[in-house]
Design a protein around this ligand. Structure first.
Ligand code: ADP
Ligand code: ASP
Ligand code: MG
Length: 473
């Protein structure tokens, strides 16, 4: 089997994790599998890089300096433990030190210029994966697995949008096959940077936070892999975020549509776009625990598990604002919704959820709080005439809200789920501010106040019995 294995931040973030990684890759090869490894930056490194750059833009350079020292310490510790007496030790450390020096230089320039462009930011945050890939390849090589570090800038060709790039699949497939297939033919394990790609002109772009999952499925698709395995720090996709809901359990089987919906609505365990390439080429995806490699985790395939429950999981997205456009003069006026969303789109903001009252007196939709101010300004501009005439009475935003979503393919055509959602929240006196049902009927989302988020999540988790193992049929 050809397997693309992606190791997330925690899975490459410590000596213990990297020992697990070696054993996982080694065992796969001993079983006769061909393996392509995709790595994230060590846990916390991307956040450090980002914080240093943002502070530099604000005129303060010490955060970058502290981050530099911390990253160097983290990498040195791993290299000293796992590359002791290795001929690779010095070259790996020299490369890491050079990347960190470059980071310093970039942060100093940003401080001088007082501006952090999206292009510079992409270069800066990619440093984490560039350090990690060399370290992991050398560690595998040192432990008897022939490996080679590969920068994905030469593999994943993107549309060039900084911070949120999407792959151009055709040119990507050509590059991936040209570079990786000969390595596989020589029984070498390519170790590829996650998160990173480059535009057709060669400008470095990143695939969005958590984007290494996406890198793995892109490579899987391009190589026609048999499976993609996402190694992380929990036992697969769970019924809810285990940090918030202690009795969350592993969901054994999910369909592409179901996991896509969970990821879109906030299950951090998978990048929201990551499932698309796998879905296109019908490659099974497993989500597995690096620290419990024998646990079966979650298997994602085309079909939903019909023997399971109607509701499979509950997710939450935080840091959101509800934007409300309201006024009795909107009734029957054609084009208000189109103009509203046109104005929002021009700000480059993506809308997470929309709900319109049937009387057409208001349109409300959810955006990240960081985008609320520009969105309101764009709407006031677009609707200035209607506001003057009082056809639209107000355009405002309610901050500190979250979207809680109930996901499961079995909800389709099953009556009564929505009423159970509202009933159980109502009994807890949790106020539902807005609702929406996915057109696929695989999800129902409710907007509640941020303060109610965790209680709502736990309440719904228990309402749908997700804390107990489903009965086998
Ligand atoms: P990695 O660095 O391996 O990509 P992430 O931190 O991006 O790991 O994603 C794994 C984390 O996602 C878990 O530690 C868990 O806290 C969080 N998470 C949120 N929702 C879920 C869910 N439904 N199932 C599993 N994990 C979830
Ligand atoms: N290192 C990147 C991040 O923290 C990408 C990833 O881990 O998937 O977002
Ligand atoms: Mg992740």
């Amino acid at each position: 089997m050809l397997i693309v294995m992606k190791f997330g931040g925690t899975s490459v973030g410590s000596v213990r994790a990297l020992e697990q990684l070696i054993s996982i890759v080694d065992s796969a090869r001993k079983r006769g599998d061909e393996v392509v490894v995709v790595v994230s930056a060590m846990s916390g490194v991307t956040d450090l890089l980002l914080a240093g750059a943002e502070q530099a833009e604000a005129g303060e350079i010490e955060t970058a300096g502290q981050g530099h020292r911390e990253m160097l310490t983290r990498h040195t510790e791993v290299v000293d433990s796992l590359l002791t007496n290795s001929p690779h030790r010095d070259s790996v450390m020299a490369k890491i030190a050079a990347l960190l020096d470059e980071y310093d230089l970039l942060c100093h320039s940003i401080k001088v210029l007082g501006e952090l462009t999206p292009r510079a930011l992409d270069v800066i945050v990619s440093t984490g994966e560039q350090m990690s890939v060399r370290q992991v390849a050398a560690i595998l090589e040192e432990h008897g697995v022939p490996s080679k570090a590969v920068d994905a800038t030469g593999l994943i060709i993107t549309d060039g949008r900084h911070g949120v790039a999407s792959p151009l699949m055709r040119p990507t497939a050509g590059r991936v096959q040209a570079v990786l297939s000969p390595m596989l033919a020589e029984a070498i394990v390519p170790v590829v940077t996650g998160f990173i790609g480059a535009s057709e002109k060669g400008t470095l772009t990143t695939l969005g936070r958590g984007g290494s999952d996406y890198s793995a499925t892109i490579l899987g698709h391009a190589l026609g892999a048999d499976e993609v395995w996402i190694w992380t720090d929990v036992n697969g996709v769970m019924t809810a975020d285990p940090r918030v809901v202690p009795d969350a359990r592993t969901i054994r089987r999910l369909s592409y549509a179901e996991v896509g919906e969970m990821a879109y609505f906030g299950a951090k365990v998978l990048h929201p776009q990551a499932i698309r390439p796998a879905r296109q080429s019908i490659i099974p995806v497993r989500i597995l625990n690096t620290f419990q490699p024998d646990h079966p985790g979650t298997l994602v395939t085309k079909d939903s598990d019909r023997s399971g429950r109607m509701v499979k999981g509950i997710t939450v997205i935080k840091g959101l604002s509800l934007v409300i456009v309201e006024g009795s003069g909107m009734i029957g006026v054609p084009g208000v919704a189109a103009r509203t969303f046109g104005a929002v789109a021009r700000t480059g903001t993506s809308v997470l959820m929309i709900s319109q009252s049937s009387s057409e007196q208001s349109i409300c939709f959810v955006v990240p709080t960081t985008e609320a101010v520009p969105v309101l300004a764009a709407l006031e501009d677009e609707m200035s005439r209607e506001l003057e005439r009082h056809d639209i009475e107000s355009i405002w935003a309610q901050d500190s809200i979250v979207i809680v979503t109930v996901v499961g393919a079995g909800m389709k055509g099953t009556p009564g789920i929505a009423s159970r959602v509202f009933g159980s929240l109502g009994r807890e006196r949790i106020n539902v501010i807005a609702i929406a049902q996915g057109s696929s009927e695989y999800s129902i989302s409710v907007v509640v106040a941020e303060d109610d988020a965790e209680e709502a999540l736990r309440r719904l988790h228990s309402e749908f019995g997700l804390g107990v193992e489903p009965k086998p049929r």
